[in-house]
Write a protein that binds this ligand. Structure first.
Ligand code: UDP
Ligand code: MG
Length: 318
């Protein structure tokens, strides 16, 4: 496809990123001069001046569109909203904090033009930085690769390019808890990856609190695997067998008339078994909770304002 004959849509979720947005849009513009593109800034319920910054940029720059959420619905919901309304032939998702270098986008476009449908950018420097976040990320990907039925791309962030047909698939996904990194592997098609060196966040601090990271990890595992349920079952069966064997042993001891049982061993085994049972129940509860929320079929997000010319349902004050 000729360079100027297609539209590229760039989706950027923004949560309290007022200091980064100007710089990011500037950098993107410098890199993409020869392309036809739109930038969709999805304001995920920011409480700083992100709203004002976004509206200012969009007035001055015809490439920039925006979507404002009624509250913080999360990074994955913000990407989903972008995907729901973009018009591009290919779509890029990237972070607002300049950790994802726009210079990688032309290489992603080349791969797409060579026939790939999903081009995932992979951090080549995650192992070089020792932080709690990077170590937990490495552990999470290791765990997910062991549990998930789906191949998982390790060290990918949500920096990728995909064809509009994949966009249509994601748009029609009814899943309440989206784990996009998994879904993009799940869709299949022709996929490739390219390396990039992740920069430090330009301004502000991470918007992924430990709680949000834990939630994302939980969605990632429960959305792509039921192995934790099977492991729970296996643990349950193992301990039932142990308890049964111990029961027989206790019976024999009693029949032999030597039943002197220690309080310590009884209390220790009761507490241990209770702990295992609670853990197994917790794993089950996690899946049942997800079913419950999925069953309610609530929208992924609520939009309060947008300048995308489309018949988008907007909730504003009367
Ligand atoms: N983000 C969002 N909603 C959230 C949390 C994060 O839209 O609830 C956005 C954030 O503004 C950024 C991207 O998601 O553009 C990635 O977040 P962040 O850079 O804080 O994550 P990290 O790189 O530290 O994992
Ligand atoms: Mg970041």
């Amino acid at each position: 496809m000729n360079n100027n004959k297609f539209l590229l849509s760039i989706i950027i979720p923004c949560y309290n990123e007022a200091d980064n947005i100007f710089l990011l849009v500037n950098n993107i513009e410098e890199v993409l001069t020869q392309y036809h593109y739109e930038i969709i800034l999805v304001n995920d319920g920011s409480t700083d001046s992100t709203v004002q910054v976004i509206e200012l940029i969009s007035q001055e720059n015809k490439h920039v569109k925006y979507i404002h959420f009624s509250r913080n619905f999360g990074h994955q919901a913000a990407i989903k909203a972008g995907v729901d309304f973009v018009k591009g032939d290919c779509i890029v998702t990237m972070d607002a904090d300049l950790q994802h270098p726009p210079e990688t986008i032309p290489d992603m476009i080349k791969a797409w033009q060579n026939g790939f449908d999903v081009v995932t950018a992979i951090r080549n420097n995650i192992h070089k930085r020792f932080s709690l976040k990077n170590i937990s990320s490495i552990c999470f990907y290791w765990l997910l690769s062991k549990l998930a039925d789906q191949k998982v791309i390790v060290n990918g962030a949500d920096f990728r390019l995909f064809d509009k047909k994949i966009g249509a698939v994601i748009r029609n996904m009814p899943e309440q808890h989206m784990y996009l990194r998994g879904l993009f592997s799940w869709v299949g098609f022709k996929q490739t990856s390219i390396d990039y060196t992740e920069n430090q966040r330009a301004f502000g601090k991470t918007k992924y609190s430990a709680k949000k990271m834990f939630q994302l990890a939980s969605h990632g595992i429960t959305a792509f695997s039921i192995k934790p349920l099977r492991i729970s079952l296996a643990i349950g069966v193992l301990f039932a067998l142990l308890a049964f064997s111990y029961g027989i042993y206790a019976l024999i001891i009693m029949l032999l008339g030597a039943a002197v049982s220690g309080w310590t061993s009884i209390i220790a085994s009761i507490l241990f078994l209770a702990g295992i049972q609670l853990m197994v129940l917790g794993v089950m509860g996690e899946y049942i909770g997800k079913l419950y929320i999925q069953n309610k079929q609530r929208p992924h997000y609520l939009i309060t304002a947008t300048n995308i010319e489309e018949n988008i349902k907007v909730l504003t004050k009367p």
